[in-house]
Write a protein that binds this ligand. Structure first.
Ligand code: NDP
Ligand code: MG
Length: 382
């Protein structure tokens, strides 16, 4: 029996993780759940899965959760301290890091410091503080298993491959909902059109990141840290069918790839059962029905966020954290109708151009660069 704590249990990754857990009742037990503000779903999940601890960021809402869970022997905690307590709850064998955005960094770090293995969906953690996270994980002998579908695929490809045999790692990208839209129309797309992803059903923020391809840019940085590989060996290909999730090109001309249906429960099941494998409960990919698998290089002019991510990643230090904070602020402003879709990349460029990065930053320096970038971005979001 593996004990699992889910950070961000009420989100898209969180609910998919609980679906996997529900299908393997003899293998997994839920020890902790966390949410930001969705009281109703958190309470329903707690009643169904009986964790020992639940955390909700908002302290007023925590009172409501406590009263709804009265007599159920579930500890209810709140605020960032509560989140840290749930993330580092010692009975967990694995923490699923499924909070969205920079809010995931501190609790993920807390779980690592407590020596608990991580199934990582929250890529922003590695974008902001990849160096520190990897260092701490190594020190505590913590295993980080990627849930992000591309990295999960590459992780599986690399299991028996020596690093010196790798020529390139290739992340596939769907190209998002506007892949075939003429560039001149991008400035008028609405938030509702943007979050309607053609292949994946995800939270709002990552759906916007997918449309700008900042998501892929973050994934390039994520891959650099997870697989300890230089940026010139991390490539991106647009693959609209989203069937091949990740590829590894080897020096002898062979390619390895992982193919599956576009359903996050597949990489989540892999990460939860790792290093074992369990018979899947979802329908398998019907190879016979696949008519076409196409790949093409992304046009950096159309997807400037991807090039900013490479630039920030290569610069390193506090620059990726600034990239992330500027993106988070701009995406939030776009989703609340304050700016246009095309303003997102413009704002990010202005802020990264202005930043003087600190190299080998400590956590405080990363957090201070993050708040500087938020303030700078907010000035541009109107
Ligand atoms: P969602 O928006 O669906 O869910 C986010 C979760 O985080 C919710 O449980 C939410 O709680 C919680 N949360 C939000 N803000 C805070 C905060 N300030 N403090 C604490 N908790 C918070 O996001 P996704 O599930 O789509 O994405 C989660 C992460 O996984 C992201 O980093 C994303 O990039 C990554 N990812 C997602 C994929 C997907 O298919 N969705 C695929 C690959 C990676 P509440 O519900 O109460 O607001
Ligand atoms: Mg991905």
């Amino acid at each position: 029996m593996k004990n699992i704590t889910i950070l961000g249990s009420t989100g898209s990754i969180g609910t998919s993780t609980l679906d996997v857990i529900e299908n393997f009742p003899d293998d997994f037990k839920v020890t902790g759940l966390t949410a930001n503000s969705n009281v109703e779903l958190l309470v329903q999940q707690a009643i169904k899965f009986r964790p020992e601890i639940v955390a909700i960021t908002n302290s007023e809402k925590a009172k409501l959760v406590s009263s709804r869970l009265k007599g159920k022997k579930i500890e209810v905690v709140s605020g960032i301290e509560g989140l840290i307590k749930a993330a580092s709850f010692e009975k967990a064998d694995l923490v699923v890091s499924g909070i969205v955005g920079s809010a995931g960094l501190i609790p993920t770090m807390a779980a690592i410091e407590a020596g608990i293995n991580i199934a990582l969906a929250n890529k922003e953690t590695l974008v902001m503080a990849g160096g520190l996270i990897l260092k701490e994980a190594k020190k505590r002998k913590v295993k980080i298993i990627p849930i992000d579908s591309e990295h999960n695929a590459i992780f599986q490809c690399l299991e028996n491959i020596r690093p010196k045999f790798i020529k390139n790692i290739i992340l596939t990208a769907s190209g998002g909902p506007f892949l075939n839209l003429e560039k001149k129309f991008l400035k008028n797309v609405t938030p509702a059109e943007t979050v309607k992803h053609p292949r994946w059903k995800m939270g709002a923020k990552i759906s916007v990141d997918s449309a700008t391809m900042m998501n892929k840019g973050f994934e390039v940085i994520e891959a650099k840290y997870l697989f300890d590989i230089s940026f010139d060996k991390v490539k991106v290909l647009i693959h609209p069918e989203s069937i091949v999730h990740g590829l590894v090109e080897l020096i002898d001309g062979n390619f390895m790839a992982v193919l599956s249906r576009t359903d996050m429960r597949i990489p989540i099941q892999h990460a939860l059962t790792y290093p074992e494998k369990k018979k899947g409960y979802l329908p398998s990919l019907d190879m016979n029905s696949i008519k076409n698998l196409s790949f093409k290089e992304p046009d950096m002019d159309r997807y400037p966020c991807l090039s900013y991510a490479y630039r920030a990643g290569i610069t390193g230090g506090t620059m990726p954290a600034v990239l992330n904070a500027a993106n988070e602020t701009a995406v939030h402003s776009f989703l609340t109708n304050k700016i246009k879709f095309t303003d997102i990349s413009r704002i990010i460029k202005t802020v990264i151009d202005k930043h003087d990065p600190v190299s080998n930053p400590r956590l405080e320096e990363i957090l201070s660069a993050d708040s500087w970038a938020r303030k700078e971005s907010e000035k541009l979001c109107f």
